[in-house]
Design a protein around this ligand. Structure first.
Ligand code: FAD
Ligand code: NAP
Ligand code: FMN
Length: 608
């Protein structure tokens, strides 16, 4: 954006100077400057708290402590992975780093922290991930201390398709500021394609932390930056492995309303490692019919070449819409960008300020084809239109195998998402590709998403309670496979549920074998549609509340996997009820009991 007197706080002379200078700056120079100014402002603002203010003429004065605390809040491991990588980078730059999950961090220690980096995702409907809840609550409570000496910066992970985009990161940023903290570098809110903005944030934090030492070059180059956000193996989220599909079966019986694929994938030659509780990321392809319909609706030439990334790589329109870009989700930023490409006044009206509710309800459940049809967008050039689309995000699947039981393989359990909306059949991009268009022998781009927040207890004797209806049962096949292979002796209890016993009992034979062999100590099932009244896993838990509480008292760890919106919420409530009833606690004490279990990593959830 060109600076003007009207859109900036500068006078005409300054605007002209800046407009001459800014386009000549390299990315790392811009980032350095940004960090430099933030450092000056932060130091000036905290001067009364004892630090030495830096002046523009004296950037070499040491003002910044070399100690940095990096706190993460992460559900499925992405923010945690970034926190780990960035901590390593800080250490390489000579900083002393304390890296901790928010749930492991003693809030009282916050007063002593001078440099704080917060990396946090958002879950639910704009709520913190499980391991950030207690710290988030603490900071927003009356007990939160004044933090006048604190310099901090927040990196938020999120997804613009959610209404409360990056809400938790925004909460932390606002609250730390209210408590007196000064920003080391501005907060960065990342959409699903987070590698680049995350690396830029880190670069600006590093610049700011190091601004006191002019001789210290801290710019992070593009290449280093993206590798900072990647995984350790040669193959990662940003460089997926083309893995061969070994097997692809429907686990549901004939007559079921559901289709659940058991997909076995070879990791041979990839050197990719995983543990039970980790996820497999799969980059899917859009449905070819939807791609063709979109091309036709826009009047594009499917073979025209378009740019697909910042490196300037070119692909045909058909290829780009199939593999590179998301075409099934509408987001507010996307509609705002598309509106700029058209003179359609209705679309421009929809994205205009004041129409947020209308926009929200339009976006919900519609895709790009709906948009181009509803607003007659035919005529916008393919290159211009495609340039504003989101990159195709990978889908995560809880790994359903133990690598000890299946070396060089990874298994996933994928339910096909199909529904009808506005008179058109809709297909889940990845799940329906796996259900309809991926055969054994074909390849899929995959990577491992480590999730340290859903892990078997270190002590093999610890009892585990696993609650996983539907596809939520997937990681428990991995847990039991692992316990069988390692000969772990801890008791195990599985609560499983789905619609019908006869058609939807996923992996039934395997559970039965494990029950027989003693790897699985107990199993309770709830088939919701075999009886007049619906029966869910939490009903079975309540029926066994005495034993379940007994297991908790013996130190059992509880794992919940599957539907986040209803099931996980209801199961949480049921656990609280059981603790209240069987332990003779008040509801506050029961909530405290569960929160303590969460702190101790004895209550972990993999929910989606
Ligand atoms: C950590 C994690 C672990 C996961 N593990 C598993 C797993 O083990 N197995 C598994 O099957 N999935 C799992 N998922 C979900 C998985 O990642 C995908 O989200 C899922 O397969 C759907 O992807 P898709 O590309 O097929 O559908 P998409 O194209 O992404 O479409 C899904 C979207 O369609 C919409 N939708 C779905 N049904 C309806 C409806 N009836 N009416 C209106 N709109 C609807 C919703 O907006 C939904 O978000 C996991 C997700 C996470 C985050
Ligand atoms: N965020 C995403 O990207 C995404 C994508 C796809 C799926 N999902 C979620 O993933 C979930 C898992 O889907 P799934 O098909 O494997 O299984 P599911 O829909 O969760 O169904 C499994 C069993 O759970 C029951 N159930 C329904 N509501 C429940 C509740 N409140 N408490 C306990 N059990 C309940 C179902 O019963 P009934 O069906 O008889 O009610 C069924 O018997 C879906 O619910 C969906 O919300 C999320
Ligand atoms: C069930 C679920 C709910 C989510 N809710 C939100 C949300 O409300 N706002 C948002 O910006 N992102 C939301 N996200 C997106 C996550 O924040 C995003 O995927 C992030 O990269 C996850 O990082 P993590 O692995 O560190 O938890 C949600 C994701 C899931 C699976």
């Amino acid at each position: 954006m060109e600076l003007q007197v009207t859109n900036s706080p500068f006078n005409q002379e300054q605007v002209e100077l800046l407009n001459r200078l800014l386009p000549t700056l390299t990315e790392s120079q811009r980032v350095w400057l940004s960090g430099y100014f933030t450092a000056i402002n932060g130091a000036a603002g905290s001067a009364s708290a004892g630090s030495v203010p830096v002046t523009a003429a004296a950037p070499t004065v040491e003002t910044v402590s070399k100690e940095v605390t990096v706190l993460f809040g992460s559900q499925s491991g992405k923010a945690q992975g970034l926190a780990k990588k960035f901590s390593k980078k800080l250490e390489e730059q000579g900083f002393q780093v304390t890296l901790s999950s928010m749930s492991d961090f003693k809030p009282n220690a916050l007063k002593k922290v001078q440099n704080l980096l917060v990396l946090v995702s958002t879950h639910g409907e704009g709520v913190p991930p499980d391991n950030a809840i207690s710290f988030h609550d603490f900071l927003h409570s009356k007990r939160a201390p004044q933090l006048d000496g604190l310099r901090y910066s927040v990196l938020s992970l999120g997804d613009t398709s959610y209404e409360f985009f990056c809400q938790t990161g925004k909460d932390f940023d606002k609250r730390l500021g209210e408590l007196g903290g000064k920003q080391l570098a501005p907060r960065v809110d990342c959409d699903v394609d987070f590698d680049e903005p995350a690396a830029e944030w880190m670069s600006s934090v590093l610049s700011s932390l190091s601004a006191a030492s002019a001789s210290q070059s801290v710019a992070v180059s593009g290449a280093t930056a993206s590798s900072a956000a990647g995984a350790e193996s040669e193959f990662s989220r940003t460089n997926p492995f083309e893995a061969e599909v070994l097997e692809n079966l429907n686990l549901n019986g004939r007559g079921s309303d559901r289709e659940t694929r058991h997909v076995e994938i070879s990791l041979e030659g990839s050197n990719l490692q995983y543990e039970p509780g980790d996820c497999l990321g799969i980059y899917p392809e859009n449905h070819p019919r939807l791609v063709e319909e979109l091309i036709e609706a826009m009047g594009w030439d499917a073979d025209e070449s378009v740019t697909v990334n910042k490196n300037g790589d070119k692909r045909s329109v058909r290829y780009a819409l199939t593999r590179n870009f998301e075409i099934t989700v509408l987001t507010k930023p996307l509609l705002e960008q598309i509106a700029k490409l058209t003179i359609n006044t209705d679309l421009n009206g929809l994205v205009a300020p004041g129409n947020e509710q209308e926009l929200k309800s339009y976006i919900s459940g519609r895709d790009l084809l709906d948009l181009v049809q509803d607003y007659s967008l035919k005529g916008i050039a393919a290159g211009e239109f495609i340039a504003v689309l989101r990159k195709m995000p990978a889908r995560l699947y809880s790994i359903a195998s133990s690598s000890k039981a299946f070396p060089d393989e990874v298994h996933v359990t994928v339910r096909a998402v199909r529904y009808e909306a506005r008179g058109r059949e809709r297909y889940g991009v990845c799940s329906v590709q796996l259900a309809e268009r991926v055969k054994a022998g074909e390849a899929l781009p995959v990577y491992i998403q480590n999730n340290p927040n859903f892990k078997l207890p270190e002590n093999p004797d610890t009892p585990i309670i696993m609650i996983g209806p539907g596809t939520g049962v997937a990681p428990f096949r991995a847990f039991l496979g692992e316990r069988e292979e390692t000969g772990a002796e801890g008791k195990t209890w599985l609560f499983y549920g789905d619609q019908h016993f006869s058609t939807d009992f996923l992996y039934q034979i395997e559970w039965q074998r494990w029950l027989k062999d003693g790897v699985l100590t107990r199993m309770d099932v709830a088939f919701s549609r075999d009886t007049d009244q619906k029966v869910y896993v939490q009903h079975r838990m309540l029926e066994k509340s005495k034993e379940l509480y007994q297991w908790l008292q013996e130190g059992a760890s509880v794992y919940v996997c599957g539907d986040e919106k209803r099931m996980a919420h209801d199961v949480h409530g049921t656990l609280a009820t059981i603790i209240e009833q069987e332990g003779g606690f008040s509801s506050e004490e029961a909530a405290e009991y569960l929160s303590r279990m969460q702190q101790q990593k004895r209550y972990q959830r993999d929910v989606y």
